[in-house]
Write a protein that binds this ligand. Structure first.
Ligand SMILES: [Zn+2]
Ligand SMILES: [Zn+2]
Length: 380
């Protein structure tokens, strides 16, 4: 931590007391209650349900919809996500998005990144919420989120955030507890434990996901891809990809990558609830991966006696790969255009020629990719 960061740090007592007490209650009162009276299935089921609902609201709503505008959503969905965000108790969508946009812009910067991993695990996990650093981040205007200020749902949630979220976090478990006749158990499990658990899992994205995992898409910042974190956070753990391509509605790019938020966003687009889903082209993604591998290999090769020769070889193979990639996508474009343009004469012949051409180039690219990977991985 630099001198200036320490000098400006001021304790935020409300947060220190709240996070401290809720954590203590979760690790003492909850097990004590279980040993003393036993648990009911319903309190755990509701605890898990409310956790999944609120963390999905953070991932799908606060993060991908509002911070990054990775897709558009029907007002009804936006309202549901805003309610889930209140239950998650991570401040308003406007405030959260403002912080998050700064995080992306100044990632890993000691002073400017609000939860910079460069200041260590504690700071990026929760320390930044306990000690305020005066870096002019919290202006009342939320200048970086002018677009969000035009969304009446965001502004309504922002204006009534505290009564709504305190109300929901007490009322929902209280009413459930009364309905099931297990008031205190529901308050402890679906209230306190659920909240502490979901807080720390989200916080792991700022801390662990910048420290633990792989960096296939970029090594320009500390963000990592981590499957375990992806499973625990509804898909947010593919954080290296996300920092490289923040506007993509997906974090795990293949359909089978564990990313429930992506599955929700995509499925809801089939019934028109979400629209304009932003997606980075495979060409760009492949290029980022190849470039990262090249840079990794370069670092390792530098000390070898035949460094220059190996570097030249890596470069040549990389150039060939990028060239093949560009040709594949050019061929694909032509093929798709021909498909759209069915009226041209001799369409059938032309179409099959373009399709054939595309498949051949694709095959050539895949072969080059395999030989490139084998070569670069020897050194990376
Ligand atoms: Zn990050
Ligand atoms: Zn982000």
């Amino acid at each position: 931590m630099t001198d200036s960061t320490q000098k400006h740090a001021q304790p935020i007592w409300a947060n220190i007391i709240f996070f401290g007490l809720s954590f203590l209650a979760a690790i003492t009162l909850v097990p004590w209650y279980g040993i003393q009276y036993g648990f009911h299935f319903s309190s755990w089921a509701w605890g898990v349900g409310l956790w999944l609902f609120s963390s999905t609201a953070i991932s799908m709503g606060y993060h991908r919809l509002w911070s990054h505008r990775a897709y558009e959503a029907h007002p009804l969905l936006r309202a549901v996500l805003a309610i889930g965000g209140c239950l998650a108790l991570q401040n308003s969508a406007l405030h959260w998005s403002s912080d998050h946009r700064i995080h992306h812009k100044h990632v890993d910067h000691d002073e400017k990144d609000p939860y910079s991993a460069s200041l260590g695990f504690w700071h990026s996990h929760i320390g930044w919420l306990l000690m305020r650093r005066d870096n002019g981040r919290y202006n009342e205007q939320y200048d970086r989120c002018k677009d969000l200020q035009r969304d009446p749902i965001v502004m309504f949630q922002h204006k009534y955030y505290w009564p709504l979220s305190i109300g929901l976090n007490i009322l929902v478990p209280a009413l459930l507890g009364l309905a099931y006749g297990i008031f205190w158990e529901m308050m402890l499990v679906a209230g306190v434990l659920r909240l502490v658990w979901s807080h720390h899992l989200t916080f792991f994205i700022n801390s662990l996901a910048h420290m633990w995992g792989s960096r296939p898409y970029t090594e320009e910042n500390s963000a990592r891809d981590n499957l375990i974190l992806a499973v625990l956070t509804g898909g947010e753990g593919y954080h290296n990809y996300h920092h490289k391509f923040q506007y993509d509605y997906r974090n795990g790019i293949r359909w089978w990558h564990f990313d429930p938020s992506k599955w929700w966003i995509k499925s809801l687009s089939w019934i028109g609830v979400t629209s304009n889903l932003k997606k980075v082209s495979v060409e760009k993604i492949e290029k980022a991966k190849a470039e990262t591998l090249l840079l990794k290999a370069k670092d390792r090769v530098a000390h070898l006696p035949n460094a220059e020769e190996v570097m030249q070889m890596l470069h040549d193979e990389y150039e060939k790969l990028v060239q093949h990639l560009a040709e594949v996508y050019e061929a694909q474009k032509q093929w798709l255009e021909a498909k759209k343009n069915k009226l041209i004469e001799s369409y059938e012949q032309e179409h099959s020629r373009l399709m054939e051409n595309y498949h051949q180039l694709r095959k050539r690219f895949e072969e080059q990719k395999a030989s490139w990977m084998t070569l670069a991985k020897q050194y990376a």
